[in-house]
Design a protein around this ligand. Structure first.
Ligand SMILES: [Zn+2]
Ligand SMILES: [Zn+2]
Length: 257
């Protein structure tokens, strides 16, 4: 399936901006430069990024350091109670809130596919700072079902995978993971029904993933149900290891509801 190519011709954009002024989606300030196209530099820079200390399992930042002391890499309470299955660890560049949440909504539901460029940059910055970037053979986007793909015209996770690939010198983007049955958007499904919603929804084509190390890319991780189900399919195809990189993570408490 062909993905739209994300080009940004600065002259064409500047001319367009003169005729059709554009405004920051967050503060409504007029945008004069085309760095991002949707958010002003102030709003974008102020968006909070995830920084250590964080949970080495689900990637959420530890909200309090009290009592952690030298155990900064200790899993959070949620992960001690429900350890991740099939996935090595989840990385997220930001929490799902404020400007980042607005950007993801716009990318996903309002046809703003050029937002994959700044969001991909966010992923590259996070990877360079906090990940073992040489550890992966393949970067695999969480796939859309073909019906949803036709409606939307693009898969936002595939755009993000392409945009962040430059940060991983030994990995290449691969589309061998498919969504074989339609599912509802996880954020619209009640907490404990999310695992059922995606169960058996994914399958791998071909056999090139056997023995490889995979980085699965998604826009948002809510409860983790989708990426865990994807990882199960990848492990059934004999992948040696699966980690996850998402633009944003939903706070555990919000993910349960
Ligand atoms: Zn702004
Ligand atoms: Zn955790």
């Amino acid at each position: 399936m062909a993905e739209p190519h994300l080009t940004s011709n600065p002259w064409a954009l500047a001319a367009k901006n003169l005729c059709f002024p554009i405004f920051c989606l967050n503060c409504r300030e007029r945008l004069l430069t085309e760095e991002n196209g949707y958010f002003c530099p102030t709003c974008w820079e102020l968006a909070s990024r995830i920084e250590p200390p964080l949970c080495p399992s689900c990637g959420r930042p530890h909200t309090t350091m009290v009592g952690l002391g030298s155990r900064r890499n200790f899993p959070c309470a949620e992960c001690r109670e429900h350890p991740l299955e099939a996935v090595g660890r989840i990385y997220g560049a930001a929490m799902y809130e404020g400007v980042i949440a607005e950007a993801i909504q716009a990318l996903k539901f309002h046809d703003k596919h050029r937002l994959a460029i700044p969001l991909g940059e966010l992923l590259r910055e996070f990877a360079a700072e906090h990940m073992a970037v040489e550890a992966y053979d393949f970067i695999i986007p969480v796939p859309l079902h073909r019906v949803r793909f036709r409606e939307r015209g693009y898969n936002q996770s595939a755009l993000l995978a392409e945009e962040c690939a430059a940060a991983f010198p030994k990995a290449r983007v691969c589309h061998d993971l498919k969504r074989i049955r339609p599912t509802r958007t996880q954020s619209k499904v009640v907490g404990d029904k999310r695992a059922d919603n995606v169960r058996g929804a994914f399958a791998v084509t071909g056999d090139q993933l056997a023995g490889t190390r995979i980085l699965l890319v998604d826009d948002v991780v809510t409860s983790g149900g989708t990426v865990i189900e994807c990882a199960r399919a990848l492990r059934r195809a004999k992948a040696a290891h699966v980690d996850v990189l998402a633009v944003a993570l939903v706070e555990h408490r919000a993910a349960r509801t």
